[in-house]
Design a protein around this ligand. Structure first.
Ligand code: ATR
Length: 277
């Protein structure tokens, strides 16, 4: 649909933003459903995040996605944050409700939806090891706990961060702990699922964070990296007979959830997926 006087505007703020695949993914979906929406990338420097949010309100935009490095900083400028965004401590989607500017986080829910809808995996009762203790680890960990994971271990290079993130989820009533990656051999060997939430594996020459010999047949190994589509970790896990999956499903479903918040329409997930060769 050509842009006209009534076209609704959404977009993404980040620094950098030029590599984002979200504009393509959302604009193809709007076109497919004949929705009068457009999605635009905005390169916003850290010192301008507050101004950008003011601008979004002034321009009566429908909402925004927020990507690195603004996911935490942006929270200061919103009227409310959702319970998920509060628990995760970061916002990736902004929308308006009753004139209030609200921050939500669809990363963890997107991850779960990718597991359930794309892979038919049930989380309830499973034992999961998360590699990393940053924002993505927190988002995924929170959603896994909400979905009834049985046991959750955060393994990180910096042990204190793994302990701190585990401590913050202690009150949610499941078995959760943090430890160093080098000490995680037994936990990894016993887990049903291992999830890499670090950026290690994105660049050629990146090392393996864990010894692949710790991985067992029939385990699920998930890497939130989608470029390259098969990281060294996934290659090693596959060679060990594990079931592997990359982060494309999470990317698509976090976007689909944002799409649904803004438009009120079910997202055409397969159309969005087709954007990726
Ligand atoms: P995000 O918010 O995207 O999850 P982040 O907060 O920068 O990203 O977290 C990156 C994660 O990757 C952290 O767990 C980090 O480990 P530390 O807490 O020890 O820094 C992990 N990471 C980054 N580089 C690493 C490396 N070379 N070896 C091991 N872990 C690494």
């Amino acid at each position: 649909m050509p842009i006209n006087g009534q076209t609704k505007v959404v977009g993404i703020i980040g620094d950098p933003v030029k590599h984002s695949l979200s504009p393509q993914m959302h604009n193809v979906a709007f076109k497919h459903l004949n929705l009068d929406f457009v999605y635009i990338p905005f390169h916003v420097k850290p010192e301008s995040v507050g101004e950008a949010i003011k601008g979004m309100r002034a321009l009566a935009m429908v909402g925004l996605n927020v990507t690195v490095p603004h996911k935490i900083e942006v929270m200061k400028y919103l009227d409310e944050v959702s319970p998920d965004a509060k628990a995760i401590g970061a916002v990736n989607t902004i929308f308006f409700k009753d004139n209030k500017c609200i921050g939500d986080n669809t990363d963890g829910r997107g991850f779960i939806r990718a597991l359930i809808e794309d892979e038919g995996i049930i989380i309830a009762g499973k034992s999961v090891v998360i590699l990393g203790a940053g924002g993505s680890a927190r988002a995924i960990g929170h959603s896994l706990i909400k979905d009834g994971v049985g046991r959750l271990i955060f393994c990180n290079r910096t042990v204190s961060k793994a302990e701190s993130i585990a401590g913050s989820f202690q009150s949610m009533g499941i078995s959760v702990a943090g430890m160093g990656i080098i000490d995680s051999r037994d936990e990894i060997a016993q887990a049903d699922m291992i999830i890499n939430t670090t950026s290690i594996g994105m660049k050629q020459g990146d090392p393996l964070l864990i010894n692949p010999e710790w991985i067992r047949k029939r385990q699920i190994v998930y890497d939130i990296i989608y470029s390259p589509p098969e990281t060294l970790l996934l290659q090693a896990a596959k060679a060990r007979g594990a079931r592997v999956m990359n982060g494309l499903g999470m990317l698509i479903h976090q976007g689909a959830l944002a799409f649904e918040i803004w438009t009120g329409c079910p997202a055409p997930v397969e159309v969005m997926r087709n954007v990726f060769p």
